[in-house]
Write a protein that binds this ligand. Structure first.
Ligand code: SF4
Ligand code: SF4
Length: 181
């Protein structure tokens, strides 16, 4: 069977990582704090890329579950940067219009980026309201949210940072502006 290497080649080029040295020691997966909710472990994602399983990888939940904690980077004997790989895979999944494995997490990312684009920082009350409207998770985390509000941990009025234009330029360089709409 001929393995399609174009997928891993593209991820490698876009993320600046070489995956050839991965010997599947599982150190990355062993130290990952969210591995128990992933459908595939980080080293399994690498393996699937090596096997050319483009569709399965781009539709996986794991690429959205990664919280970018960098624990795996410090564990990997080959210094393979798994979070850069995950970021690249998320960007590729969005660009290719595949079914997002964790739609609520993508909604959270999108609403967060909209906030940064709008004010250079997050206005939590609006952020939470917009996330709930988009995800339709109306009652999740309501109690902790109310506690934070009553303890004065949430700003009642929005604030905008100085230098918002610079922040927007950084955003435009990092993300496709259309995806923040
Ligand atoms: S820690 Fe590095 S070498 Fe080991 S499985 Fe993970 S990516 Fe591969
Ligand atoms: S960066 Fe992502 S894959 Fe790596 S340990 Fe953290 S959550 Fe897991």
């Amino acid at each position: 069977m001929k393995i399609d290497r174009s997928f891993i080649g593209e991820v490698s080029k876009r993320s600046g990582q070489s995956f050839d040295g991965c010997f599947h020691c599982m150190c990355c997966s062993g130290g990952c704090p969210v591995s128990d909710i992933m459908d595939y472990l980080p080293n399994q994602i690498v393996r699937m890329m090596q096997l050319g399983m483009r569709k399965q990888v781009l539709e996986s939940r794991a690429i959205w579950d990664c919280i970018g904690c960098y624990s795996c980077v410090s564990q990997c004997p080959n210094r393979i940067h798994i979070p850069h790989m995950m970021d690249t895979l998320r960007e590729m999944a969005l660009a290719e219009g595949v079914v997002v494995g964790e739609p609520d997490i993508w909604t959270f990312h999108r609403e967060f980026l909209k906030q940064v684009d709008k004010r250079g920082r997050v206005y939590e009350l609006e952020f939470m309201a917009r996330y709930k409207l988009s995800s339709r998770n109306f009652f999740q985390d309501v109690v902790p949210g109310m506690k934070m509000l009553f303890k004065g941990r949430l700003e009642l009025l929005p604030k905008t940072v100085h230098g918002l234009d610079e922040i927007r330029k950084i955003g435009d360089a990092c993300y496709d502006p259309k995806r923040r709409k």
